[in-house]
Design a protein around this ligand. Structure first.
Ligand code: HEM
Length: 330
């Protein structure tokens, strides 16, 4: 009898211990709430089709917009996570990220996201976040210009804050060394391979003279001479002269999403310093050369890295809000 009581008491005690451990594990869990692709299936079944139409219309009007929209999602995710903070305008409590050095007079496509948002608000008011629209727009843009497509995970919510100082410190600079690029991307959970694959989106889009002037005038040993002289024609040597003149990031096929960017790097024809450092005798040379030989590996790695990037610190559940107008919190 005594033994039976003792046994059942120790069973209760061990069960209680297991419960306590489980509770401790749950309360200590830094688990990231999951995003999933069917998030709007019931609440706004036509959301994705509506966004897609708005994005395709904008790119049909101006093909470069595909590049600008992919970059906008990147510049959102690297600053306090994929929370649409980049879209907020100045307000009494907000200093807009649009004015950070890397975005000012450079990031574009805000009005395209605003239009997609207003179309979606029309069918499902207050349901679809601006952060998700940015993620879907980037995928639709890639697909439209011949890049890979992927299933976008959804359920991000929008921030009520923005940080111009984080934008200035967390967005990469075109003068960055390979090591600092690898470290920065690693700090966001992205590998060196992800970083090289994502930089492959410089297969489309354009850069301003001010971002590559130093490279084409002062980098004689690490740049193809013919390429430098062609680029000098529309980018005068003196600061303040033609700073905004544009050149294609991929000189061979500027309008299609292919692996020519990597072939260019191997011929020392990368436009930005931060492009060429990916192939300059360092640890990423072999990845560049692999992507230059194998376009399908590049495309599948790019898609996987975009999904990973879209997972950076999302606001989910009851965190954040669904903004009705992407540029404002109220
Ligand atoms: C690795 C570090 C990176 C640096 C230093 C960098 C820097 C730049 C710079 C300076 C420009 C030209 C901006 C201008 O002249 O106004 C540019 C354009 C662009 N970047 Fe990057 N970038 C990086 C990575 C990425 C990544 C990861 C993506 C996308 C996932 C991306 C997508 C683009 C696109 C598509 C454009 C063309 C935009 C347009 O034509 O509007 N970049 N980038």
């Amino acid at each position: 009898m005594v033994i039976a009581v003792r046994n059942s008491l120790s069973l209760v005690a061990s069960r209680a211990a297991v419960m306590v451990i489980l509770l401790l594990l749950i309360s200590d869990c830094q688990c990231q709430a999951q995003l999933y692709s069917t998030f709007y299936e019931k609440s706004c079944p036509n959301a994705l089709g509506t966004i897609r139409t708005a994005i395709r219309t904008a790119i049909a009007r101006e093909r470069r917009m595909a590049a600008s929209l992919i970059r906008l999602h990147f510049h959102d995710c690297f600053v306090q996570g994929c929370d649409a903070s980049i879209l907020l305008d100045d307000a009494p409590s907000i200093t807009s990220e649009k004015d950070a050095l890397q975005n000012k007079d450079s990031a574009r496509g805000y009005e395209v996201i605003d239009k997609a948002k207003s179309d979606v608000e029309h069918i499902c008011p207050g349901v679809v976040s601006c952060a998700d629209i940015l993620a879907v727009a980037a995928r639709d843009a890639s697909e439209y210009v011949g890049g890979p497509s992927w299933t976008v995970k959804l359920g991000r919510r929008d921030s009520t804050t923005a940080s111009v100082s984080l934008a200035t410190s967390q967005l990469p600079r075109f003068t960055a060394s390979l090591k600092s690029l690898i470290d920065l991307f690693r700090s966001k959970g992205l590998s060196a391979r992800d970083m090289v694959a994502l930089s492959g989106s410089h297969t489309i889009g354009q850069a301003q003279c001010v971002t590559f002037r130093n490279r084409i005038y002062n980098n004689a040993s690490d740049i193809d001479a013919g390429f430098a002289s062609t680029r000098r024609r529309r980018c005068p040597a003196t600061l303040g002269n033609g700073d905004g003149n544009l050149a294609a990031l991929d000189l061979v096929t500027p309008n299609s999403f292919d692996n020519n960017y990597f072939k260019n790097l191997m011929q020392k024809k990368g436009l930005l310093e931060s492009d060429q450092v990916l192939f300059s005798g360092g640890s990423t040379d072999n990845i560049v050369s692999e992507y230059s030989r194998n376009p399908s590996t590049f495309k599948s790695d790019f898609a996987a890295a975009m999904i990973k990037m879209g997972d950076i610190e999302p606001l989910t559940g009851s965190a954040g809000i669904i903004r009705r107008i992407c540029s404002r919190v109220d």
